[in-house]
Every structure is written in structure tokens, then in C-alpha cells.
Write a protein that binds this ligand. Structure first.
Ligand code: SF4
Ligand code: SF4
Length: 376
């Protein structure tokens, strides 16, 4: 191994960012709880058929409909139209994608409430076991591919299998309109199977840090891919690195930070734990990969993540796209019929939907032609 030229070690006395990150995560979790409480009162209004005090539906609840938001995003890319059923979901999705293009998978470690809970559960696990447990490689790699398989199936279904007309028909459907209400009942009237699955995931998250995020979250998989396009990466200056290995120990994603110059990993969440613990000044930093490699301070990451989220969602609010256009009367009507609403659950049903929508579209043309022929 090539020996390093001894350079004077200058201590890194830059303030850590983890307390700020915890504060941002807590604030965002509180916002989600607030949205949940408002949504609960809206559901009460529906349950009493409008007899109880009126509470308007909080649009932020759209953020908990990632599949509908993804479909809405794709619909926008294809048509330039922001679909009116869950427009807030579209803006939230857009802000998260932009965030990952600028600061990597930062949504996961700075804002995501599930990521936050996973972190707290992981901390609890480490307190019990006094160490960070990791699965052996032969299990870790195949399991990590699960989230990509799920994402791949979603992308294949929406982009390759569903026609543009069928996509629009799904977004317009009553099922999509009340998918948030259905989601509420999924948790409020949780089935025994779902409860067992959540309990198993909880226990697994105590044993293996971020079990859900690392192996199963398709949203995280998507952000992992987009984060690779980000020009800002964690970079190590090999010349001043003292090989203490503290960055490796601190990384919740088990990235071997001390053996690379630039972290090009779909698992890096820009949590900056490694940057905080590095004892040598200017040795481990978030920098652009552009030729001038300028440093991005920890504070810029914190402010940047919040700014992107607020700017994009705020744009939706001021341009009047934030609220959906479903009236309370429509909600009350759909609420009664909700249990009869379904959605395509496999490739066969998507193909069937494509055909049905195509038939419906050609029907008026056929009628016009028939009427025309009749006249002649
Ligand atoms: S490499 Fe650093 S910033 Fe990325 S996940 Fe690991 S500790 Fe966090
Ligand atoms: S924390 Fe990592 S980058 Fe910093 S000196 Fe130690 S091994 Fe090198």
C-alpha cells in the first residue's frame, strides 16, 4: 500500500448538524400529525353524513398517496395538465424529486416521517444490542433489490402497460377521488394480517436499522435512482484522511465512506452523520462533483431541503392548484358507495381497463358514423 505523506492534522471543529436535522424531522412529523387530526375530523363529517361540524379536507393528506401522486406526475409529463383529484400530492411529489436531484436522497433523512420513526426505532435497537447489526452480504443484496422490483412493477404498469386514456380514467375514477378516505380506514379498521405485518416490520427495524427503508420502500428506491443524478456528493480527501473509520461507523446506510473518494450510493441519504464525526478539518464534506468542487455547508443542506419543499408546495398554493375540486356533496355521495369502488390489481385488469376506455372513446365516433350513414 502506498504510504501517505505525513501532513499536520487540523482538528475539525465545525458544529454538527444532527440536532438541527432532528428538529426539522420533528417539525415535519408534527405537521403530518396535524394533517392527520384535521383529516380525522373531515372523516367524522363524512361518517355523520354532514350532520357534525364541517371540517374541510386538509390537502396535505395527498402526500400519503405516493402511487396516485406518481401517476399524476406522469400524467402531467404526458399532457401538461395538473390533475384535479389530488393536486397537492403532485406538488409534494415534485418537491421531493427536486430535493433528491439537488441534495440526494435527503427527503428520507430530513423530512420523511417513516424515515424518522425508523431512525428512532433503530436508535432504540442499538441501545439494546449496544451495536449496529447488519445482515450478511448474501442476504443484504437480494433483499435490497426488493424495493427496486416493486418500483419496477409500478413503473412498468403505469408507463408501459397503461394507455394515456386509461391513466386519465384511473385519475378521474371515484376510487382515486376517495383513495385517501380508503387509506384512512385501512389504518382505522386495520386487519389482523396488516397488524401482524406492521408488528413484524417494527421488530425487524429494531434488529436491523431502517429495515423498511433499506429493503422495501419503493419511494426510497425511486429517490435512490434520482439521487444518483445529483451533482452534490459526499467527498473524502484521501490525503488528509487518517483512516480512523469513524465515518463508516456513523453511516446508518453501512456505506464504506473511508474507502471511496466520492460516495456514489443509492443508499446515501445525505444525513451528514459521517461529515459530523470526521475529526479532520476539510476531509469529509458534501461537495459538487463539478470541476471547482465547491463545498456545500451543512446549513445549506438544511435550509435547501426546507426551501425546496416550501417553494414548490407554496407555488401550488398561490397558483390555486393546491385544493382539489371535489365538492362536499360529491364526497358525501362517494363515501356511501366507497366500498364498491376498486382499482386494477394486475396486468390483466390494466389491459382490460385499456380496452374499456378505448371502446368508450370510440363509441361516440361510432354513433356519429351510424347516424351519418342512417341519413344517407
Ligand atoms: S454516507 Fe454519510 S451522508 Fe450518506 S448516508 Fe452515510 S452517513 Fe449519511
Ligand atoms: S472519519 Fe472517515 S474521512 Fe474522516 S478521517 Fe476518519 S476515515 Fe477519514
Amino acid at each position: 500500500m502506498k504510504e501517505k505523506t505525513k501532513t499536520k492534522i487540523i482538528r475539525n471543529d465545525e458544529k454538527g448538524i444532527q440536532k438541527t436535522r432532528f428538529f426539522v424531522q420533528s417539525l415535519f412529523a408534527a405537521l403530518c400529525i396535524w394533517i392527520g387530526v384535521e383529516f380525522f375530523f373531515f372523516i367524522q363529517y363524512l361518517e355523520t353524513n354532514g350532520a357534525s361540524a364541517f371540517y374541510s379536507r386538509p390537502p396535505g393528506v395527498d402526500g400519503f398517496l405516493p402511487i396516485s401522486s406518481f401517476m399524476s406526475f406522469y400524467h402531467f409529463l404526458m399532457t401538461g395538465e395538473i390533475h384535479s383529484a389530488h393536486p397537492a400530492g403532485f406538488f409534494i411529489f415534485l418537491s421531493i424529486i427536486l430535493m433528491s436531484l439537488v441534495f440526494g436522497k435527503s427527503f428520507c433523512s430530513w423530512l420523511c416521517p417513516i424515515g424518522f420513526i425508523s431512525e428512532l426505532v433503530g436508535d432504540f435497537g442499538e441501545k439494546i444490542f449496544k451495536r449496529r447489526l447488519k445482515l450478511p452480504k448474501f442476504l443484504d443484496y437480494p433483499l435490497r433489490s426488493l424495493k427496486y422490483l416493486m418500483l419496477g412493477f409500478l413503473i412498468y404498469s403505469v408507463i408501459f402497460l397503461m394507455s394515456g386514456l386509461a391513466l386519465k380514467a384511473f385519475l378521474d375514477s371515484p376510487y382515486n377521488m376517495v383513495s385517501d378516505v380508503k387509506m384512512y380506514y385501512f389504518f382505522a379498521d386495520i386487519s389482523q394480517t396488516a397488524l401482524i405485518i406492521i408488528a413484524v416490520l417494527f421488530v425487524l427495524s429494531i434488529l436491523i436499522r431502517n429495515f423498511w427503508c433499506r429493503f422495501l420502500c419503493p419511494y426510497g428506491a425511486l429517490l435512490g435512482i434520482t439521487s444518483l443524478l445529483s451533482p452534490n456528493k459526499i467527498q473524502r480527501v484521501a490525503k488528509s484522511c487518517i483512516d480512523c473509520g469513524l465515518c463508516n461507523k456513523a453511516c446508518p446506510s453501512f456505506i464504506k465512506v473511508d474507502s471511496v473518494k466520492t460516495v456514489w450510493s443509492d443508499e446515501c441519504t445525505s444525513c451528514l452523520n459521517c461529515v459530523d464525526v470526521c475529526p479532520v478539518k476539510d476531509t469529509l464534506e458534501l461537495k459538487t462533483i463539478l470541476p471547482n468542487k465547491f463545498k456545500i455547508s451543512k446549513r445549506v443542506v438544511a435550509i435547501g431541503v426546507i426551501t425546496i419543499f416550501m417553494a414548490v408546495t407554496g407555488f401550488g398554493m398561490v397558483t390555486g392548484y393546491w385544493q382539489n375540486d371535489i365538492s362536499n356533496t360529491e364526497y358525501l355521495m362517494h363515501y356511501k358507495l366507497m366500498n364498491s369502488y376498486g382499482h386494477p390489481t394486475g396486468t390483466k385488469e390494466i389491459k382490460k381497463l385499456n380496452e374499456e376506455v378505448k371502446k368508450e372513446q370510440t363509441l361516440p365516433e361510432t354513433l356519429i358514423n351510424e347516424a351519418h350513414n342512417g341519413k344517407n
